[in-house]
Design a protein around this ligand. Structure first.
Ligand code: MGD
Ligand code: MGD
Ligand code: SF4
Ligand code: MO
Length: 687
């Protein structure tokens, strides 16, 4: 008799955290369907979620630890691999200093407990660094929001009157937002999509604004200028709860409709339409800046400017606006307060704002440090990298440099569930328990809820916690990893919330911290407290934190893309990379046959008139070349009205045409250090 059961959990095939029901037979995953009781996805799941069983059963699945030898990879026992890795860490730190080794956590295990664990590990081994995918993800917006509000707000799509989606495509990237927006639309919500492509988000929008890559800040400032001219600013809110309005107003003046239209390619009448819609929505407006804004030279300014539109109408912590949500209290695992960094972290001197808000090192600068042995001109040997849940060979800007740097390490350990291009460069590969094979907590901001992404089967594979605890034990730092397993760990994290592992397990569709409360800043003001958690206690249109570090306080547009200023005749086209497809997650899932069939290879998207001018037809092979490298791939013609003229787009993560062979790791936002992945100078030739 086979043993059958159903385990309710959270899908971790992407970051959306949909509730799932996992059918299990004899300790094997059989089928995955949506959990109707989970409010995030309300029973729906996408093709990635339903394909998890096939993915985890694929030939690339790692099950045995591997060690690189002269004759290629050989299997070795886990305990031996862990002993050897710990021995090498010790040796490298003794020889080169504590800064010579650090851990890197990628997108594969999310941001909650596994990020905190890796930070903790780095602290206890004496490294001043913590590396993650956030050098290219989220930190740009995080910093923008923290500069403005002092916290990370959530867009109330369910109750809004107007949602502005700037360079973000929720149907592909954050499916539950689409459901929230649809709920809002039933109550009359409208939406505007500002994007280089007529994406899935645009298909459900009331207004699509096609924009040239890298020019959003100009459009944003023009909208703000129009709002000021047309007296649409909620002056009562602005005077009571913000600082810096006069400076912002003065700076915005230069962004006339004529100027903005010329730079962005957006018609003046369309700008008027945008402002009309903002006027109609009153103070129920919410704007979401996505990676289209963040992966730019003006990344932080882009995201700040768009979110300031919400601040100027007073849509902050207000039903249908940008909510300052409350979630469960928890214990901090990082030990950041206990361990003072005496050594210099990589990136802090150049991007102090990231260090100030996130205490995070810079992965792109790490590659240069590995290759040169220097950081900011001073000796800085970096020799050992412990990487889990990341695949930088597909995701890091400038793949050629990344490969060179990772290949020159004395110790490179990769922990992953799959054999990846990155793992192929490692000295040791440690198979990871997938999220179905280990326990993890997951928080959702807008739901103000906590969930247990529960272990459903026992594979015997090593979890993230066991990996770091195993190394810490061997390095004499075991006292900092005292918990027996993930269950004990989760009990520790959740202690202040009053909920424990067992309670979360019994409530698989989520435990809400508290009901949503609006206008908390007004209550705080009435109590004589700071209304917002910024240094001035107000929303900082002009940031005192930026000024403290020598930047301008208001968001400024310091540098426009090259093709706008003065096109390089050798590389005249701006290429935006990495627009999400619902099927794939960065480099993942290309080994799932049903997914590969749906969208088999990379394409370069181009406006039909531009294709005509280059003599290109659908499917023609072209060579796309940047200063960093070139790739060859087929053309996808985009009809008039569905794409910005004068630009191209390539999604990343494909082995046959890896977009990051083109991207430039040195062309960065001066505040966040983000590479301009969404605006790379390229040339296009028929192959
Ligand atoms: N299926 C799937 N979902 C994912 C991911 C995935 O790989 N696959 N990745 C996850 C991660 S880590 C993240 S950070 C999020 C990202 O989430 P989003 O930021 O929503 O990512 P995209 O869906 O790629 O949307 C970016 C949009 O920006 C547009 N764009 C490009 N350049 C510009 C520009 O200069 N200006 C404007 N206005 N728009 C521009 C692109 O055309 C695209 O529509 O998605 C997450 N969700
Ligand atoms: N050109 C271009 N490049 C980009 C982007 C872009 O838009 N354009 N987007 C950037 C962004 S926003 C991000 S977030 C980064 C993401 O970059 P990465 O951090 O490299 O993320 P993934 O490619 O998702 O790699 C995650 C890895 O984790 C593994 N994994 C999955 N589950 C587990 C687990 O439970 N344990 C372990 N140990 N491993 C697991 C997967 O197999 C996969 O190999 O890419 C960035 N790169
Ligand atoms: S959107 Fe798809 S992959 Fe992401 S959590 Fe939901 S079901 Fe899983
Ligand atoms: Mo990301």
């Amino acid at each position: 008799m086979s043993e059958k059961k159903v385990c309710k959990s959270i899908c971790r095939m992407c970051g959306s955290g949909c509730g799932i029901e996992v059918q299990i037979e004899d300790n094997k995953l059989v089928r995955i369907s949506g959990d109707k009781d989970n409010h995030i996805n309300r029973g729906r799941i996408c093709i990635k979620g339903s394909s998890a069983v096939t993915w985890l059963d694929s030939p690339e699945r790692l099950r045995k630890p591997l060690k690189r030898t002269e004759n290629g990879f050989v299997e070795i026992p886990l305990e031996q691999a862990m002993d050897e890795i710990a021995g090498k860490i010790k040796e490298l730190q003794e020889k080169y200093g504590k800064q010579a080794v650090a851990g890197w956590k990628g997108e594969g295990t999310g941001f909650d407990q596994n990020e905190a664990l890796m930070r903790r590990f780095n602290n206890v081994i004496g490294s001043p660094n913590y590396f993650s995918n956030n050098t290219q993800c989220n930190n740009g917006r995080y910093v923008a929001f923290y500069l403005n509000y002092g916290c990370w707000p959530q867009a109330d799509f369910r109750n809004t009157k107007l949602a502005l989606f700037w360079g973000t495509n929720s149907p592909a990237a954050h499916s539950y937002w689409t459901q929230d927006l649809n709920e809002g639309r039933e109550k009359g919500a409208k939406s505007i999509v500002i994007d280089v492509r007529y994406n899935e988000q645009a298909r459900i929008a009331d207004l699509f604004v096609p924009i040239k890559p890298g020019t959003d800040a100009v459009l944003g400032y023009c909208v703000i200028n129009q709002m000021i001219e047309r007296n649409l600013v909620n002056m009562e809110f602005v005077e009571k709860f913000t600082v810096g309005f006069d400076e912002l107003k003065e700076y915005a003046k230069q962004f006339t409709k004529e100027f903005a239209s010329r730079i962005t390619g957006v018609e003046e009448a369309v700008i008027d339409q945008m402002v009309d819609m903002i006027e109609e929505a009153g103070d129920q407006v919410c704007s979401w800046p996505g990676t289209g804004l963040e992966h730019q030279r003006n990344g932080v300014s882009n995201s700040r400017i768009t979110s300031l539109i919400d601040c100027l109408v007073g849509a902050v912590d207000q039903k249908g606006g940008m909510l300052l949500t409350e979630n469960h209290k928890r214990n901090d695992l990082t030990l950041n307060d206990e361990f003072v960094r005496e050594l210099e972290p990589i990136g802090r001197s150049k991007y102090p704002i990231i260090d100030y808000f996130k205490r995070e090192s810079h992965t792109l600068m790490l590659m240069d440090t590995i290759l040169t042995g220097k950081y900011e001109g001073r000796d800085y040997p970096f020799k050992g990298l412990i990487m889990t849940a990341a695949d930088p060979m597909f995701t890091e800007a400038n793949t050629s440099k990344t490969k060179k740097a990772l290949s020159s390490l004395e110790l490179f350990v990769v922990k992953d569930v799959m054999m990846t291009e990155t793992a192929k460069l490692a000295h040791y590969i440690i198979p990871a328990a997938s999220n179905f094979e280990r326990d993890e907590i997951y928080f959702n901001g807008i739901e103000q809820s906590c969930y247990l992404a529960a272990k459903c089967i026992d594979s015997g594979l090593q979890t993230e916690y066991e990996f770091l605890k195993g190394l810490a034990d061997r390095l004499g730092a075991g006292e900092y990893f005292p918990w027996k397993d993930e269950k004990e760990l989760i009990n520790y994290i959740m202690e202040p919330s009053g909920y424990d592992y067992d309670y979360l397990k019994e409530h698989p569709s989520g435990v809400r911290a508290c009901p949503v409360r609006y206008k908390k800043h007004e209550e705080r003001l009435a109590r004589g407290e700071k209304p917002f958690p910024t240094p001035t206690g107000k929303i900082e249109l002009c940031s005192t934190v930026l000024e403290k570090f020598g930047y301008k306080g208001i968001p400024t547009i310091d540098d426009l893309p090259d093709y706008v200023k003065e096109p390089d005749p050798e590389y005249p086209w701006p290429c935006s990379t990495g627009a999400r497809k619902v099927y794939y997650f960065h480099g993942r899932y290309r080994n799932i046959p049903q997914i590969k069939k749906a969208h088999p290879h990379a394409e370069v998207e181009i406006h039909e008139e531009d294709a005509d001018s280059l003599g290109l037809q659908e499917g023609d092979m072209v060579k796309v070349t940047s200063k960093q490298g070139s790739i060859t791939l087929p053309v996808k013609i985009m009809q008039r009205g569905t794409f910005a003229k004068g630009a191209v787009q390539i999604t990343h993560g494909f082995a046959d045409a890896n977009a990051n062979l083109l991207t430039d790791d040195t062309d960065r936002c001066p505040i966040s250090g983000f590479p301009a992945l969404k605006c790379v100078n390229v040339r296009i030739e028929k192959a």
